[in-house]
Design a protein around this ligand. Structure first.
Ligand code: F6P
Length: 323
C-alpha cells in the first residue's frame, strides 16, 4: 500500500483535527503518502481530494472543527456514487481510507470496503453513541463545554432562586446529559434511557424547593421533550420561577480537551498502522482504556450498552431510573 486518504463526515467534533494530523504523521512514519478528502463523502464523489503534507496539519492539533470540513450526502447510499468515489481514489492509487465520523459514516466506509478500498472507521462525534466503543472523539470536550455552561446557569439560578431546564445534545443517546448532569450535581436528568416521567420530575424539583435550595437544575437530552413547555410546567407546579436553555451547537466547537487529543492520537495511530499492514474493514474503539478494533459489519450490529453503574449513581442521588 502506497497511499491512503482521510475524511471527516457527519457532525464535526473537537479532536477531528487532532486525528487528521495523526493520520498524516503516522502515514509518513509508515512510508505512505496521505491525501485529504474535503467535505466528507461529497468530496470523494466530487473529486475534491488533495495531497496532505506536514505543513497542512501543523498547528491544527488544538483547533476545533475539522480543516477537511464535513458535509452530509444522503445519496452516498446509492452504489452509483460509491463507484464514482472508488474511481476517484483508484486513479490516485489510493487504496486505504480513514473515515472519521459516526455510524452513518461507517456505513459509507463499509460500502467502499466492499468495493475494494481498505477502510478504517474512527469514532468522531460528541454524542458518544457508537456501540463499538466506550468513547468517541469529541465527547469529553463537549461534556466540558456543557458542564461549564450549566455551572454558569447555576450561578444565575442561585441569585434569583430559579430552576434551570437545560437541553444538551446527544441525538438519541443520553450520555452527554447523564455525564454533565452528574458533573454539575443536577436535580434531575432526563434521557432516552430514563424516559420522561412528569410526576417524578416535578416532585424532584418541588423537594428541592421545600429544602430551601436556591437553585434547581434539570438536564435533558435533545429530542426528548420541549424544554420551554417543561419550564412552564415546573414554574406552574413548584415554587421556582423557571427558565429553559438550549445549549445547541456551542457544544460542537472549541479546542479539544487533553483526553480527546491523546485518545484521538492513539486511536488514529492504530488505524494507520492497520492500513500500513493492508488491513481494512475495521472500526477502532476504546474499551476501558484499551484501543480495540472490530469488523465494521460486526460493529454496526452492536447495541450500545446503557451504563447501569452510572445511572445507578444518578438513581441514588436524584431518584432517576433507567427504563
Ligand atoms: O451528531 C452530532 C450532533 O450534534 C447531534 O448531537 C445533534 O442531534 C446533531 O448533530 C445536530 O445536527 P446538525 O448540526 O445537522 O443540526
Amino acid at each position: 500500500m502506497r497511499s491512503i486518504a482521510v475524511l471527516t463526515s457527519g457532525g464535526d467534533a473537537p479532536g477531528m483535527n487532532t486525528a487528521i494530523r495523526a493520520v498524516v504523521r503516522s502515514g509518513f512514519h509508515y512510508g505512505l503518502s496521505v491525501y485529504g478528502v474535503y467535505e466528507g463523502f461529497k468530496g470523494l464523489v466530487e473529486d475534491d481530494i488533495r495531497p496532505l503534507e506536514r505543513e497542512h496539519v501543523s498547528r491544527i492539533l488544538n483547533r476545533g472543527g475539522t480543516v477537511l470540513r464535513s458535509a452530509r450526502i444522503p445519496e452516498f447510499s446509492e452504489e452509483k456514487y460509491q463507484r464514482i468515489a472508488v474511481e476517484n481514489l483508484r486513479k490516485r492509487n489510493i487504496h486505504g481510507l480513514v473515515v472519521i465520523g459516526g455510524d452513518g459514516s461507517f456505513k459509507g466506509a463499509l460500502a467502499l470496503h466492499k468495493l475494494g478500498i481498505k477502510c478504517i472507521g474512527l469514532p468522531g462525534t460528541i454524542d458518544n453513541d457508537i456501540a463499538a466503543t466506550d468513547y468517541t472523539i469529541g465527547f469529553f470536550t463537549a461534556l466540558n463545554t456543557a458542564m461549564e455552561s450549566i455551572d454558569k446557569l447555576r450561578d444565575t439560578s442561585f441569585s434569583h432562586q430559579r430552576c434551570s431546564v437545560v437541553e444538551v445534545m446527544g441525538r438519541h443517546c443520553g450520555d452527554l446529559a447523564l455525564y454533565s448532569g452528574i458533573a454539575v450535581g443536577s436535580e434531575f436528568i432526563i434521557t432516552p434511557e430514563t424516559g420522561f416521567d412528569r410526576e417524578k420530575t416535578l416532585k424532584a424539583v418541588q423537594n428541592s424547593y421545600e429544602r430551601n435550595k436556591r437553585h434547581a437544575i434539570i438536564v435533558v437530552t435533545e429530542n426528548m421533550l420541549d424544554v420551554q413547555t417543561l419550564a412552564k410546567d415546573i414554574q406552574a407546579h413548584t415554587g421556582y420561577e423557571t427558565r429553559a436553555t438550549v445549549l445547541g451547537h456551542v457544544q460542537r466547537g472549541g479546542s479539544p480537551s487533553a483526553f480527546d487529543r491523546v485518545m484521538a492520537t492513539e486511536m488514529t495511530e492504530y488505524a494507520v498502522e492497520l492500513l500500513s499492514r493492508d488491513i481494512g474493514g475495521k472500526i477502532i474503539g476504546l474499551r476501558g482504556m484499551n484501543v480495540v478494533d472490530y469488523n465494521i459489519e460486526e460493529a454496526l450490529e452492536m447495541k450500545k450498552k446503557v451504563s447501569n453503574k452510572r445511572y445507578g449513581l444518578v438513581g441514588k442521588l436524584v431518584n432517576n431510573e433507567v427504563k
